[in-house]
Design a protein around this ligand. Structure first.
Ligand code: ADE
Length: 215
C-alpha cells in the first residue's frame, strides 16, 4: 500500500479532493492511505506560532524550523523509512517519469509550506524538492494534491481498465494520447473520423499512431 502523510495547516483544503472519485476508491480498495498532521500542533508558545520574520529583513513570514522538524520527526518516529517531499518553486519540475518512480509500496510525508517561504535549514530533512512549474502558489496544498493524484493513479488496481494507465498520455516518453470520440457520431456537424468506425484494427492503430501528439 502507498501511504501519504500530509503535514499542513489546511487539512480542510485537501480532504474534499482525497475523499472523491479515484483517490477515494484507492483508499476504499486498500491500495492507498492518506493521513494528516496539523503543523499547528507543533507550533511554539501560546499562539502555536509556526512562522517568523526573515533574518536580514524582507517581506513576509517564513516557516520556522522547530515546528517543521518536530512534525516530521513525529511521523518518522513511527516509520523511519518515510521519505519527505517538499513542494517548492525551486524544486525539480514534476513530470510523469517522476510520478512513476514514486508509484510503489512506500510512505511519503508531504510537507506543505505556507506563507512567503521556509527556513533554508528545513531542506536538510527533505528527500524530494518538487516544483509544479514556473509560477508561484500560496502554499504546498495544491502541489500536494497534484503529486498524490499523479502517483496514486499509477498504482496497479486504482484505475478501472488494467491498461488505462499504460496506454494513455505521457506513459510513452513524450507521446501524447491520440484523439478519442464517443457517441454521437455527428455532434453539431462535427463528425467522428470514419476510420474509427471501420472495424479495421490495423488501420485504426495506424491512425492513432499518426495522430498521437508530441509534448
Ligand atoms: N509552492 C509555491 N509555488 C510552487 C510551485 N510552483 N510548485 C511547487 N510548490 C510551490
Amino acid at each position: 500500500m502507498i501511504k501519504f502523510t500530509i503535514i499542513t495547516l489546511f487539512q480542510e483544503a485537501l480532504e474534499p479532493y482525497l475523499k472523491t472519485s479515484m483517490m477515494w476508491k484507492a483508499v476504499d480498495k486498500g491500495l492507498a492511505k492518506f493521513d494528516f498532521v496539523n503543523l499547528r500542533d507543533f507550533g511554539l508558545g501560546p499562539h502555536k506560532s509556526v512562522d517568523d520574520t526573515p533574518y536580514g529583513g524582507g517581506d513576509g513570514m517564513l516557516l520556522r524550523c522547530e515546528p517543521v522538524f518536530a512534525a516530521v520527526e513525529s511521523v518518522k518516529a513511527k516509520d523511519p523509512e518515510a521519505k519527505v517531499i517538499l513542494p517548492t518553486p525551486v524544486g525539480e519540475i514534476w513530470n510523469q517519469e517522476k510520478a512513476r518512480s514514486l508509484a510503489k509500496d512506500a510512505h511519503y510525508i508531504i510537507l506543505c509550506p505556507h506563507y512567503e517561504g521556509y527556513d533554508e535549514r528545513i531542506l536538510s530533512i527533505v528527500d524530494y524538492k518538487v516544483s509544479l512549474g514556473k509560477y508561484v502558489l500560496t502554499g504546498g496544498e495544491l502541489p500536494a494534491l497534484i503529486i498524490i493524484d499523479s502517483v496514486v493513479r499509477l498504482i496497479p488496481g486504482v484505475l478501472g481498465g488494467e491498461t488505462s494507465a499504460l496506454v494513455e498520455s505521457f506513459s510513452d516518453g513524450d507521446n501524447l494520447e491520440y484523439p478519442q470520440y464517443t457517441k454521437p457520431y455527428d455532434f453539431r456537424g462535427m463528425t467522428v473520423p470514419d476510420i474509427l468506425l471501420s472495424g479495421n484494427h490495423g488501420e485504426i492503430a495506424k491512425w492513432r499512431e499518426e495522430h498521437s501528439g508530441k509534448a
